[in-house]
Design a protein around this ligand. Structure first.
Ligand code: ZN
Length: 160
């Protein structure tokens, strides 16, 4: 069975940056998604389209087909008093904020400048080429319920 729209697709993968550093990894068939539902990055969906169980592929996905380019507009200075007073704010700390339309946004502290904190709201993988080594583990039809929910159900969690 080929990877096409609304197939539950299970892959093992290793994700590396251009320096060969491993950024993420899934083995033993732990990563499953429903193809054609925008639940993974577009470049990866395109690369997997039409593949079959047992196929191996290596692909490099550019930021425009992944998490986008880094946008300097997402780096902002915010007043110290927008953060909890009882936390010692330091670079590399991560906080959940909200966008103006109320969506959750993870920001990383990049600098502390007196009573101002510099935060970066870019996705950690923005601007990064993603090098995937992938094996297709399994492909099956998604159930109507899975398509409705937009995620894969495991036999173990029949409870929602
Ligand atoms: Zn569900």
């Amino acid at each position: 069975m080929q990877v096409t729209k609304h197939k539950v697709t299970i892959i093992d993968y290793t994700l590396k940056d251009n320096d060969g550093k491993t950024l993420d990894k899934s083995s033993d068939g732990n990563f499953a998604y429903i193809h054609g539902t925008n639940s993974i990055i577009p470049g990866l969906e395109n690369a997997l389209e039409g593949k079959e169980p047992g196929d191996d592929l290596s692909v490099r996905i550019e930021p425009k087909d992944a998490y986008g380019e880094r946008d300097l507009a997402n780096i902002q200075k915010v007043p110290r008093d927008m953060f909890p007073a009882d936390i010692d704010i330091k670079p590399d700390m991560q906080f959940q904020a909200q966008t103006q339309d109320g969506k959750p946004l993870f920001v990383k502290v990049t600098a502390v400048e007196g009573d101002e904190i510099v935060v970066d709201g870019n996705h950690p993988l923005a601007g990064v080429d993603l090098n995937f080594d992938i094996t297709i583990v399994d492909v099956r039809d998604a159930s109507e319920e899975e398509i409705e929910h937009g995620h894969v159900h495991n036999p173990a969690d029949e409870d929602h």
